[in-house]
Design a binder for this molecule. Structure first.
Ligand SMILES: Nc1ncnc2c1ncn2[C@@H]1O[C@H](COP(=O)(O)OP(=O)(O)OP(=O)(O)O)[C@@H](O)[C@H]1O
Length: 266
Protein backbone atom coordinates (compact mmCIF):
# COMPACT_ATOMS: atom_id res chain seq x y z
CA UNK A 1 0.00 0.00 0.00
CA UNK A 2 1.71 3.20 1.25
CA UNK A 3 5.30 4.11 0.60
CA UNK A 4 5.52 4.06 -3.18
CA UNK A 5 4.43 7.61 -3.93
CA UNK A 6 5.21 10.51 -1.62
CA UNK A 7 1.97 11.89 -0.23
CA UNK A 8 1.16 13.47 3.14
CA UNK A 9 -0.09 10.87 5.61
CA UNK A 10 -0.02 13.13 8.69
CA UNK A 11 -0.60 16.90 8.53
CA UNK A 12 -0.89 18.98 11.68
CA UNK A 13 -1.31 22.75 11.68
CA UNK A 14 -1.33 24.87 14.83
CA UNK A 15 -2.37 21.92 16.99
CA UNK A 16 -2.98 22.34 20.71
CA UNK A 17 -4.22 19.66 23.09
CA UNK A 18 -5.37 21.19 26.38
CA UNK A 19 -6.69 19.37 29.47
CA UNK A 20 -7.74 21.71 32.28
CA UNK A 21 -4.83 24.11 32.82
CA UNK A 22 -2.32 21.79 31.10
CA UNK A 23 -1.09 22.19 27.54
CA UNK A 24 -0.24 18.59 26.56
CA UNK A 25 0.70 19.84 23.08
CA UNK A 26 1.11 23.41 21.88
CA UNK A 27 1.39 24.89 18.40
CA UNK A 28 2.35 21.68 16.62
CA UNK A 29 3.03 21.96 12.88
CA UNK A 30 4.11 18.62 11.46
CA UNK A 31 3.90 16.81 8.13
CA UNK A 32 4.79 13.16 7.55
CA UNK A 33 5.05 11.93 3.96
CA UNK A 34 4.33 8.35 2.95
CA UNK A 35 7.97 7.52 2.17
CA UNK A 36 9.33 9.00 5.42
CA UNK A 37 10.24 7.25 8.68
CA UNK A 38 10.11 9.55 11.72
CA UNK A 39 11.45 9.13 15.21
CA UNK A 40 9.79 11.22 17.95
CA UNK A 41 12.16 11.85 20.87
CA UNK A 42 11.55 13.58 24.16
CA UNK A 43 11.65 13.16 27.94
CA UNK A 44 8.87 11.71 30.10
CA UNK A 45 5.76 13.85 29.91
CA UNK A 46 6.83 15.72 26.75
CA UNK A 47 3.62 14.81 24.91
CA UNK A 48 4.86 11.98 22.67
CA UNK A 49 2.01 9.58 23.40
CA UNK A 50 -0.52 12.40 23.01
CA UNK A 51 0.97 13.19 19.58
CA UNK A 52 0.69 9.53 18.57
CA UNK A 53 -2.91 9.41 19.78
CA UNK A 54 -3.69 12.29 17.40
CA UNK A 55 -1.83 10.57 14.55
CA UNK A 56 -3.78 7.37 15.22
CA UNK A 57 -7.18 9.12 15.14
CA UNK A 58 -7.72 8.26 18.81
CA UNK A 59 -7.83 11.89 19.94
CA UNK A 60 -9.06 15.19 18.52
CA UNK A 61 -7.09 18.43 18.90
CA UNK A 62 -8.44 21.16 21.17
CA UNK A 63 -7.37 23.71 18.54
CA UNK A 64 -5.84 23.46 15.09
CA UNK A 65 -6.21 20.97 12.27
CA UNK A 66 -5.15 17.33 11.93
CA UNK A 67 -5.45 15.52 8.58
CA UNK A 68 -4.61 11.81 8.39
CA UNK A 69 -4.30 9.99 5.06
CA UNK A 70 -5.90 13.03 3.44
CA UNK A 71 -8.93 13.05 5.77
CA UNK A 72 -9.49 15.87 8.25
CA UNK A 73 -10.24 14.81 11.83
CA UNK A 74 -13.70 16.05 12.72
CA UNK A 75 -14.94 15.62 9.13
CA UNK A 76 -14.37 11.85 8.83
CA UNK A 77 -15.63 8.72 10.54
CA UNK A 78 -12.64 7.71 12.68
CA UNK A 79 -13.82 4.09 12.61
CA UNK A 80 -13.14 4.06 8.86
CA UNK A 81 -9.79 5.78 9.31
CA UNK A 82 -8.35 3.68 12.16
CA UNK A 83 -8.05 0.37 10.25
CA UNK A 84 -5.77 2.17 7.78
CA UNK A 85 -3.37 3.06 10.61
CA UNK A 86 -1.35 0.45 12.54
CA UNK A 87 -0.63 1.34 16.16
CA UNK A 88 1.30 -0.45 18.89
CA UNK A 89 1.45 0.84 22.46
CA UNK A 90 1.60 -0.46 26.02
CA UNK A 91 -2.04 0.56 26.51
CA UNK A 92 -3.19 -1.49 23.49
CA UNK A 93 -1.04 -4.47 24.57
CA UNK A 94 -2.83 -4.53 27.92
CA UNK A 95 -6.12 -5.03 26.11
CA UNK A 96 -4.89 -8.21 24.41
CA UNK A 97 -5.93 -11.38 26.18
CA UNK A 98 -3.02 -13.28 27.69
CA UNK A 99 -4.66 -16.64 26.97
CA UNK A 100 -5.03 -15.95 23.25
CA UNK A 101 -2.63 -17.84 20.97
CA UNK A 102 0.05 -15.52 19.55
CA UNK A 103 -0.90 -16.57 16.01
CA UNK A 104 -4.50 -15.52 16.63
CA UNK A 105 -3.40 -12.17 18.06
CA UNK A 106 -1.84 -11.46 14.64
CA UNK A 107 -4.61 -13.05 12.56
CA UNK A 108 -7.51 -11.32 14.30
CA UNK A 109 -6.10 -7.82 13.65
CA UNK A 110 -7.77 -7.50 10.26
CA UNK A 111 -11.10 -7.78 11.99
CA UNK A 112 -10.25 -5.17 14.62
CA UNK A 113 -11.26 -7.59 17.34
CA UNK A 114 -9.25 -8.70 20.32
CA UNK A 115 -9.22 -12.49 20.38
CA UNK A 116 -10.32 -14.99 17.79
CA UNK A 117 -14.07 -15.41 17.70
CA UNK A 118 -16.65 -16.23 15.07
CA UNK A 119 -14.99 -14.34 12.24
CA UNK A 120 -13.83 -16.34 9.22
CA UNK A 121 -10.38 -16.16 7.71
CA UNK A 122 -9.52 -16.87 4.10
CA UNK A 123 -6.32 -18.32 2.70
CA UNK A 124 -4.91 -14.84 2.02
CA UNK A 125 -5.33 -13.88 5.69
CA UNK A 126 -3.61 -17.06 6.86
CA UNK A 127 -0.77 -16.62 4.37
CA UNK A 128 -0.23 -12.99 5.30
CA UNK A 129 -0.27 -13.73 9.06
CA UNK A 130 2.24 -16.55 8.58
CA UNK A 131 4.54 -14.30 6.50
CA UNK A 132 4.39 -11.51 9.08
CA UNK A 133 5.08 -13.90 11.95
CA UNK A 134 8.09 -15.20 10.06
CA UNK A 135 9.30 -11.66 9.31
CA UNK A 136 9.08 -10.70 12.99
CA UNK A 137 10.62 -13.95 14.26
CA UNK A 138 7.63 -15.25 16.18
CA UNK A 139 6.65 -18.31 14.12
CA UNK A 140 7.91 -20.76 16.79
CA UNK A 141 5.58 -19.12 19.34
CA UNK A 142 2.45 -19.11 17.14
CA UNK A 143 0.67 -21.70 19.29
CA UNK A 144 1.76 -20.30 22.65
CA UNK A 145 -0.59 -18.14 24.73
CA UNK A 146 0.34 -14.47 24.20
CA UNK A 147 0.73 -13.96 27.96
CA UNK A 148 3.50 -16.57 28.19
CA UNK A 149 5.75 -14.83 25.64
CA UNK A 150 8.76 -12.77 26.66
CA UNK A 151 8.49 -8.98 26.50
CA UNK A 152 10.52 -8.93 23.28
CA UNK A 153 8.38 -11.64 21.66
CA UNK A 154 5.20 -9.81 22.68
CA UNK A 155 6.50 -6.58 21.16
CA UNK A 156 7.20 -8.35 17.86
CA UNK A 157 3.78 -10.05 17.85
CA UNK A 158 2.16 -6.64 18.35
CA UNK A 159 4.03 -5.16 15.40
CA UNK A 160 3.05 -8.12 13.20
CA UNK A 161 -0.56 -7.57 14.32
CA UNK A 162 -0.36 -3.83 13.52
CA UNK A 163 0.94 -4.66 10.02
CA UNK A 164 -1.69 -7.33 9.34
CA UNK A 165 -4.35 -4.98 7.80
CA UNK A 166 -1.64 -3.56 5.45
CA UNK A 167 -1.81 -0.06 6.99
CA UNK A 168 -0.71 3.10 5.21
CA UNK A 169 0.80 4.47 8.42
CA UNK A 170 2.50 2.55 11.24
CA UNK A 171 2.78 4.16 14.70
CA UNK A 172 5.06 2.52 17.27
CA UNK A 173 4.91 3.91 20.82
CA UNK A 174 8.09 2.90 22.65
CA UNK A 175 8.49 -0.58 21.15
CA UNK A 176 11.93 -0.88 22.79
CA UNK A 177 10.68 -0.30 26.35
CA UNK A 178 11.45 -3.19 28.71
CA UNK A 179 13.67 -5.09 26.26
CA UNK A 180 17.10 -6.46 27.22
CA UNK A 181 20.10 -5.60 25.06
CA UNK A 182 19.65 -8.59 22.76
CA UNK A 183 15.94 -7.90 22.41
CA UNK A 184 16.57 -4.26 21.60
CA UNK A 185 19.19 -5.06 18.98
CA UNK A 186 16.92 -7.68 17.39
CA UNK A 187 14.07 -5.16 17.27
CA UNK A 188 16.26 -2.39 15.84
CA UNK A 189 17.49 -4.68 13.07
CA UNK A 190 13.97 -5.80 12.12
CA UNK A 191 12.76 -2.17 12.21
CA UNK A 192 15.71 -1.27 9.97
CA UNK A 193 14.56 -3.84 7.40
CA UNK A 194 11.03 -2.42 7.55
CA UNK A 195 12.29 1.17 7.31
CA UNK A 196 14.29 0.33 4.20
CA UNK A 197 11.48 -1.50 2.43
CA UNK A 198 10.04 0.82 -0.26
CA UNK A 199 6.66 -0.93 -0.05
CA UNK A 200 6.38 -0.48 3.74
CA UNK A 201 3.99 2.10 5.20
CA UNK A 202 5.09 5.47 6.57
CA UNK A 203 6.49 4.94 10.06
CA UNK A 204 6.56 6.98 13.27
CA UNK A 205 8.53 5.58 16.21
CA UNK A 206 8.36 7.12 19.68
CA UNK A 207 11.33 6.58 21.97
CA UNK A 208 13.34 8.13 24.81
CA UNK A 209 16.62 6.71 23.54
CA UNK A 210 18.68 7.68 20.48
CA UNK A 211 20.22 4.18 20.69
CA UNK A 212 16.87 2.83 19.47
CA UNK A 213 16.80 4.85 16.23
CA UNK A 214 16.91 2.24 13.44
CA UNK A 215 19.20 2.97 10.49
CA UNK A 216 16.89 3.77 7.60
CA UNK A 217 14.87 6.28 9.61
CA UNK A 218 14.85 9.61 7.80
CA UNK A 219 13.42 12.32 10.08
CA UNK A 220 13.17 13.31 13.73
CA UNK A 221 10.82 15.43 15.81
CA UNK A 222 12.06 16.54 19.23
CA UNK A 223 9.40 17.37 21.82
CA UNK A 224 9.69 19.11 25.18
CA UNK A 225 6.81 20.36 27.35
CA UNK A 226 4.33 19.81 24.53
CA UNK A 227 6.24 21.94 22.02
CA UNK A 228 8.49 21.12 19.08
CA UNK A 229 12.17 21.85 19.80
CA UNK A 230 13.27 20.78 16.31
CA UNK A 231 11.90 18.75 13.40
CA UNK A 232 13.39 17.70 10.08
CA UNK A 233 15.92 15.33 8.51
CA UNK A 234 17.54 13.11 11.15
CA UNK A 235 21.17 14.22 10.65
CA UNK A 236 20.17 17.88 10.94
CA UNK A 237 17.98 17.46 14.01
CA UNK A 238 19.63 14.84 16.21
CA UNK A 239 22.63 16.85 17.38
CA UNK A 240 24.19 17.97 20.62
CA UNK A 241 22.40 21.31 20.86
CA UNK A 242 18.82 20.27 20.09
CA UNK A 243 19.01 17.03 22.11
CA UNK A 244 20.48 18.85 25.11
CA UNK A 245 17.66 21.38 24.97
CA UNK A 246 15.07 18.62 24.57
CA UNK A 247 16.23 16.58 27.54
CA UNK A 248 17.30 19.55 29.67
CA UNK A 249 20.89 18.48 30.24
CA UNK A 250 24.17 18.90 28.38
CA UNK A 251 24.62 15.85 26.18
CA UNK A 252 27.39 14.53 24.03
CA UNK A 253 25.91 12.87 20.93
CA UNK A 254 27.69 10.55 18.54
CA UNK A 255 26.85 8.63 15.41
CA UNK A 256 28.73 5.56 14.27
CA UNK A 257 27.79 3.12 11.49
CA UNK A 258 24.28 4.49 11.31
CA UNK A 259 23.62 4.19 15.08
CA UNK A 260 23.40 6.99 17.62
CA UNK A 261 24.54 7.25 21.22
CA UNK A 262 24.05 10.02 23.76
CA UNK A 263 25.56 10.57 27.21
CA UNK A 264 25.94 13.41 29.66
CA UNK A 265 28.64 15.78 28.43
CA UNK A 266 31.85 15.66 30.49
N1 LIG B 1 -6.13 13.72 30.56
C1 LIG B 1 -5.08 14.41 31.01
N2 LIG B 1 -5.23 15.47 31.83
C2 LIG B 1 -4.17 16.17 32.28
N3 LIG B 1 -2.90 15.88 31.96
C3 LIG B 1 -2.69 14.84 31.15
C4 LIG B 1 -3.74 14.04 30.63
N4 LIG B 1 -3.20 13.07 29.86
C5 LIG B 1 -1.86 13.26 29.89
N5 LIG B 1 -1.54 14.30 30.67
C6 LIG B 1 -0.20 14.84 30.93
O1 LIG B 1 0.30 15.35 29.71
C7 LIG B 1 1.70 15.20 29.64
C8 LIG B 1 2.07 14.52 28.34
O2 LIG B 1 1.71 13.14 28.40
P1 LIG B 1 2.19 12.07 27.33
O3 LIG B 1 1.73 10.74 27.81
O4 LIG B 1 1.76 12.50 25.98
O5 LIG B 1 3.78 12.22 27.45
P2 LIG B 1 4.92 11.26 26.91
O6 LIG B 1 5.93 12.16 26.25
O7 LIG B 1 4.37 10.17 26.09
O8 LIG B 1 5.53 10.71 28.28
P3 LIG B 1 6.24 9.30 28.61
O9 LIG B 1 7.56 9.36 27.91
O10 LIG B 1 6.41 9.36 30.11
O11 LIG B 1 5.37 8.20 28.15
C9 LIG B 1 2.10 14.45 30.90
O12 LIG B 1 2.59 15.37 31.83
C10 LIG B 1 0.80 13.82 31.39
O13 LIG B 1 0.80 13.67 32.78
Amino acid sequence: MGGVSSEPVVEMHGVDVVRGQSHLLRGIDWTVLSDQRWVVLGPNGAGKTTLLQLAGAHLHPTRGEVALLGETLGAVDVFELRPRIGLTSAALAQRLQGGERAGDVVLSAGYAVVGRGRERYDVDDLTRAAALMHQWGVTPMAHRPFGTLSEGERKRVQIARALMPDPELLLLDEPGAGLDLGGREDLVSRLTDLARSPSAPAQVLVTHHVEEIPPGYTHALLLRDGGVVAAGPLEQVVGQEALSETFGLALSVQRSQGRWTARRAA
